[in-house]
Write a new protein. Sequence first.
Length: 431
Amino acid sequence: MLKSKNFRFWFCIFAIQIFTACLVPTAVLLSLPSDEMQVYLEVTGLSISGAGITETKDILDRHFREIVEKGELVFESEGKQVKIPYTDFELQIDARSILEKIEKGRYKNRYFQLIGKTTGYEGEFIPEVYYNEAKLKSIVMKMEDFFYQQPINAAIMLSDGNIYVSEHQSGLKLDTAKTLDYIKENITTDPLKEIIISEDTAPDLFNVTEPKYTTDELAGFTQIYAEERGELPAGTAENYKNVIALTDCYIIGSGRTTSFKENMPLFSELKGLDTILASALYKAILPFEDIKVVWRKPSNQPISGIEAGFEVNLEDDGDLKFLNDSANEIAIIFQTNDNNEWIIAIAGKPGLNAGEIITEKTKIAPPVIYSQDNTLPEKEQRVVEPGKDGLSVKVYRVLNGESVMLYEDVYPPVERVIAIGSGVKKVDIIK
């Protein structure tokens, strides 16, 4: 009985010693990484075959650093090119995530290495990419101007008394949000690949913008209803041509009120000529029953180069405002010709009701003021101020055989001043 107990005691002691002797080395081996494990890896244009963990890390670091230092975004438009280095938006390619995945594999320790289970690591990885999103967004937003193409409206032009419509041009605008996603996706999936952003390589990143007026929309403007023209004053031709090159046609929608000052502001740069053009436009719209003048400030006196009764005073609150009360759009066309003339025409679709404008002009004799002047010889007279005739202009519209007076402009005469010497009686002079 005693021998049996002693045997069991010593057997347990012996078993514990054997278990301890095996467990401790195994635990130590399990805790030690297999620094000799071979790596077989495909990543971002790089193939690693049979390298150790440490060597793999060095290879990856050098490879990714070279990509960042040499990589760049390429923006191309109309034969021009802008390159943005990856370093401008602080691109970083992280190799640690790849190494962590390798080291967390099943055969990552020396125990499995000793028992012959570490035959190497094989795999293909996409590295993690980091960059300064705010800086990249700022770069892409700045490139909007590089790609931007302004849409060009179709225009109604005059040629030898006929109308033709010029072709419109669509515009182009870079979509910032789509471009940022495109760059992020390409850099993440393949940082080594050159990213070229252009309308040819990435058409989905661009939005086509249509102009306000297309060629088809203006094709119905086939009739010239009114036309005014005159010689360009000296020194104004070039500026006038520059202005109409920017906006040679205004489309006035049905029910819309238009202000010469507010809606045609470029002409305000043509000092002197702007008054002539506003007055010519005013005269051109008067024949139309369905184009109503809302506001026009006349001048106190006739203006040289403008027919009396039709001038528009643009000083202070002066302006020309008119309402298109017709059912259709109308076009106000500004042009020039080889004879150095400005031309203003009103065009539209068939059906606009226009008449004829006639005037009735009456001179108003100036009053005479006599002033006694003791320095003059006796009974002698001298004209101090010659004075000026006044003028009354009545404007009529003749439409469908009926004449209607639209308004009357009156330009007051300027007094004639005559100085008289002593001994002359005013009553005698008047007689």
